[in-house]
Write a protein that binds this ligand. Structure first.
Ligand code: SAM
Length: 244
């Protein structure tokens, strides 16, 4: 059926493309890709012969209008270079405008580096906050970290190898002692997940900046010490005594 299909593609291992994604990419009238050269590998892999058009952060509202005008008659698929579109990738404005115009919007979910990293880190997953890429500049980065320091949730961030050590140091400075995990090259040959205190991790990667793609996961702030029964009992006695 016509509409906008949001199609997740692998984050490194072609085997992670879902059967449904392959089917949608073969049947679409048009595939919108962040970078046509990157996505043409996936298209060849699933033997899809469909026209492609670039849709990226530089696409403007005229580009979106032209796409939205076709959604009533055609199935148009949106893919990004890797993983799930809209997650630190273009697409949200297109979905918003397609929705406003009343079109059918279908998600074809699959790989997402943030979620993959969460499943490896061994840190709490009941509450997490995805922060995407922090600002590169030191002050803006410190401000962004300060803004989330009190939040009782696991944090998930994207970062590049050359910036990793500075980013881990900034996290340790802004958040204090917390557990962290650096998940690298997920689903690829050299997949690894290194865990440790943020400070230790910063020191480790300052020595040797890692290659490849990286997700950083940071555990929630340590629980405030719960009062013991004895403490509660003596506090209660003191309060009662004071009231007499
Ligand atoms: N939309 C993508 C997703 O669903 O994960 C993310 C796109 S964002 C532009 C690219 C960033 O995602 C990389 O810089 C890295 O932080 C992270 N990433 C993507 N693939 C990865 C992988 N295989 N291993 C670790 N991190 C990855």
């Amino acid at each position: 059926p016509p509409g906008l299909y949001i199609v997740a593609t692998p984050i490194g291992n072609l085997g992670d493309l879902t059967m449904r994604a392959a089917d949608v990419l073969r049947r679409a009238a048009l595939v919108l890709a962040e970078d046509k050269r990157v996505s043409s590998r996936i298209m060849a892999h699933v033997d899809a012969h469909v026209p492609m058009r670039t849709y990226n952060d530089h696409s403007d509202s005229a580009d979106r209008d032209a796409i939205v005008a076709r959604l009533g008659q055609e199935a148009i698929a949106l893919v990004s270079d890797a993983g799930t579109p809209l997650i630190s990738d273009p697409g949200y404005k297109l979905v918003r405008e397609a929705r406003a115009a009343g079109h059918n919007i279908v998600t074809v979910p699959g790989a997402c580096a943030a979620v993959a990293a969460l499943t490896l880190a061994g840190l709490p997953t009941d509450r997490f906050l995805f922060l995407g890429f922090l600002p590169a500049k030191e002050k803006a980065r410190a401000d962004a970290i300060a803004e989330v320091a009190a939040i009782r949730a696991t944090l998930v961030l994207y970062e590049s190898g050359p910036r990793l050590a500075a980013m881990l140091t900034a996290l340790a400075d802004g958040l204090g002692a917390r557990e962290g995990a650096v998940a690298r090259e997920l689903t690829k040959l050299h997949e690894e997940c290194v865990t440790g205190d943020l400070r230790e991790l910063a020191a480790r990667y300052a020595e040797a900046p890692p290659k490849g793609e990286i997700v950083v996961v940071v555990g929630p702030p340590p629980d405030a010490e719960a009062p013991s029964l004895e403490d509660l009992d003596s506090a209660l006695r003191a309060a009662l005594a004071a009231g007499e």
